[in-house]
Design a protein around this ligand. Structure first.
Ligand code: ATR
Length: 301
């Protein structure tokens, strides 16, 4: 436990004002983070207001300078800043270095540090579904920044196999090669979209994650969901289809139609935020309240 004084200077400036905290992105209007982060500050009776700031890519260095000068409590980063911010930080956690992206900034012994709580958020969302990637065969759709975080999380958690499927095969192959070097005990590789070319058809996946940057409106054109869902049908464990987007997306609707288990990205969003909150404040995040607030905010959109 922190001493009260230490806890105080972490949360407040010398003049007693609460340190600033919030999220930056471009655009940022859509962000649900304030809705559930403020519930957590209120729960602990803290006066902080979690803000959202629209910061254009060209203004990122100046904004981070302000974060340093004013001694923010912390900051979340969303698109397009997660990768770009890395070069302005003093230290990186393994997760931030391994994914090349930071979604959470905080101060550690006066140094500006970057961490990626998307990894812990993703893992906690799976745990809530009683899914453990250990020794499992999995599949990730997409090969950009979000996919990189998912592959990193699954490989760190001991998945046996990760097939990366992407519209542009070369990007999947590159990400697969890079991650395979980092995680030599996990079989990670890029795979073609066409199921006929899959080397693993006889080994059903227990988890398929949509980590593309688009809410895909015609999923079967991008990825043959039915083929994968049906391939797992006779096994003890059904395939979980996890979409990083929120709500009942077309991807999840199709998976449901194929009688697969589904999971959307809202719990991951809230859990990554819960980990950020705990890092900043040293206090336990009230996850259930935060989830409820996020659901309410989403349904009001
Ligand atoms: P992010 O950081 O959100 O992952 P990104 O790095 O731009 O964003 O990566 C976007 C990913 O979504 C890529 O894998 C991209 O596929 P390509 O590599 O072929 O571009 C994928 N993606 C984007 N729009 C898509 C679409 N309409 N159909 C299929 N894949 C799509």
């Amino acid at each position: 436990m922190s001493q009260p004084q230490e806890q105080n200077s972490r949360l407040y400036q010398a003049d007693g004002k609460p340190r600033s905290v919030g999220v930056i992105g471009y655009p940022i209007a859509h962000s649900l983070s304030p809705s559930f982060q403020n519930v957590a500050f209120e729960y602990h009776k803290l006066p902080h207001r979690y803000e959202k700031w629209e910061v254009a890519p060209a203004d990122l260095p100046n904004f981070l300078e302000q974060v340093r000068n004013e001694g923010f409590l912390g900051l979340n980063l969303t698109l397009p800043h997660k990768q770009a911010a890395l070069s302005y930080l003093d230290i990186l956690s393994d997760e931030a270095a391994g994914t090349g992206a930071a979604n959470t900034l905080f101060f550690h012994e006066g140094q500006l540090a970057g961490h990626n709580t998307d990894i812990a958020g993703f893992m906690e969302a799976l745990k809530a579904e009683n899914y453990d990637p250990l020794r499992q065969r999995t599949m990730v759709i997409g090969a950009g920044g979000a996919a990189r975080a998912v592959v990193y999380a699954l490989a760190s958690a001991g998945a046996n196999e990760i097939a990366i499927v992407n519209r542009t095969f070369e990007k999947a192959a590159d990400l697969g090669e890079e991650m395979a070097l980092r995680f030599p005990t996990c079989n990670i590789y890029g795979a073609h979209l066409d199921p006929a070319a899959w080397p693993f058809n006889r080994n059903p996946r227990t988890l398929v994650v949509n980590a593309t940057s688009q809410a895909i409106t015609a999923p079967d054109e991008v990825f043959p969901i039915k083929a994968v869902a049906l391939s797992g049908r006779n096994r003890e464990q059904r395939t979980i289809f996890f979409d990083l987007f929120y709500g009942k997306t077309p991807f999840l609707a199709m998976a449901e139609a194929a009688e697969a288990q589904t999971l959307d990205g809202l719990t991951m969003l809230v859990y990554q935020g819960a980990h950020s909150f705990e890092l900043w404040t040293g206090l336990p995040a009230p996850r259930e309240l935060m989830l409820e607030a996020a659901r309410t905010a989403l349904s009001a959109k």
